[in-house]
Design a protein around this ligand. Structure first.
Ligand code: TXA
Ligand code: MG
Length: 303
């Protein structure tokens, strides 16, 4: 990492593809490896608050969120400091920076040893399913990217992205930290971007997290020729099936989501039918990923 190379590493959410965030050439290698559009900025990973404070300005409300949820699956979009040293390509020219302090010990050790904040998007080719196991990173990049293997990711969904506007918290991306939990900790509502809000994360493309197969949502039962992704009770079927959580536990479902999709997709069927998932708690983020996986694909982004 110190020499400007890139490497995939585990976090508690998904595997990230990391580069020294102060080295533009290194960060460019990440965009190139992923085939990621340059207008889509990256999250910068820090070991601790002292490192994060050198990069962005924390308002009192941002301080409160950091104290409550870091280290953990929360990303904060905050005003970038002029003297941060972060390469421009990381923010795609924005005046804000997305920062996160991951909880995974291997991620923390890597950042500390590198001695620099690491810019890291999820370690998948752009538009594809996110990886929650080292083997998924290896197959996604056909073995061309080195991977630190930390076992399966605990949360299995990307971090929740929040921004702080004056005295309000806005959720830019649903993720592994449920919006209800943020609201409960703050004692206020957390608005969702896009629903009556002008703030948005530039990378929230409609088609994303896409398997090769098509996705049919809210399917109570599979049709002939479809693979099935169940949640809770398992319907009768002769076809291939995975169950996100036989007991209907949303946390377990989040952890299994991408791996189940990777496994069903590897069978090469045309369509994966997915059971209805309740929209509360982590269900909000699961349904966000599924609806993007089901969206018509932009050939430029998904190729
Ligand atoms: O859990 C995660 O967040 C994983 C792990 C590796 O940390 N990372 C991840 O990165 O999901 P990525 O690149 O797949 O998603 C980053 C998201 C994109 O939607 C991007 O547009 C948004 O963060 N983002 C980054 N900087 C931003 C900024 N300054 N303002 C608004 N959105 C930003
Ligand atoms: Mg991603």
């Amino acid at each position: 990492m110190r020499a400007g190379q890139i490497c995939a590493f585990p976090t508690e959410t998904v595997y990230g593809l990391g580069a020294d965030a102060t080295n533009a050439d290194a960060v460019l290698r990440v965009y190139e490896a992923k085939g990621r559009p340059r207008f889509n900025p990256l999250i910068v990973h820090c070991t601790d608050l002292a490192m994060a404070r050198k990069l962005v300005v924390f308002s009192p409300l941002a301080e409160k969120l950091a104290a409550e949820f870091w280290p953990g699956p929360m990303t904060l979009v905050l005003p970038l400091r002029a003297e941060s040293g972060i390469a421009d390509i990381v923010t795609a020219g924005l005046s804000t920076l997305a920062v996160r302090i991951p909880a995974h010990p291997m991620a923390r050790e890597l950042i500390a040893d590198a001695g620099t904040p690491l810019a890291a998007p999820s370690a998948n080719p752009s538009g594809r399913l996110s990886p929650t196991r080292a083997a998924e990173v290896i197959s996604g990049f056909e073995g061309k990217i080195p991977v630190l293997d930390g076992g399966p990711c605990h949360a299995g969904l990307e971090s929740t992205i929040l921004t702080v506007a004056e005295d309000k918290v806005v959720q830019l991306r649903a993720g592994a930290l449920a919006r209800e939990d943020v609201a409960a900790a703050l004692g206020t509502d957390v608005a969702m971007a896009g629903k009556g809000s002008v703030i948005a994360a530039p990378g929230m493309l409609l088609s994303h997290y896409a398997p090769k197969a098509g996705i049919r949502l809210n399917a109570e039962v599979p049709r002939a020729g479809e693979a099935y992704l169940a949640f809770g009770a398992t319907p009768e079927t002769d076809g291939p099936m995975r169950n996100l959580s036989p007991t209907g536990d949303l946390r377990e479902a989040a952890r299994n989501l991408f791996t189940c999709l990777h496994e069903l997709d590897a069978l090469g069927l045309k369509e994966i039918a997915v059971a209805p998932i309740p929209d509360q708690g982590l269900g909000e983020a699961i349904n966000d990923r599924l609806s993007r996986a089901a969206a018509p694909r932009d050939p430029e982004v998904v190729a």
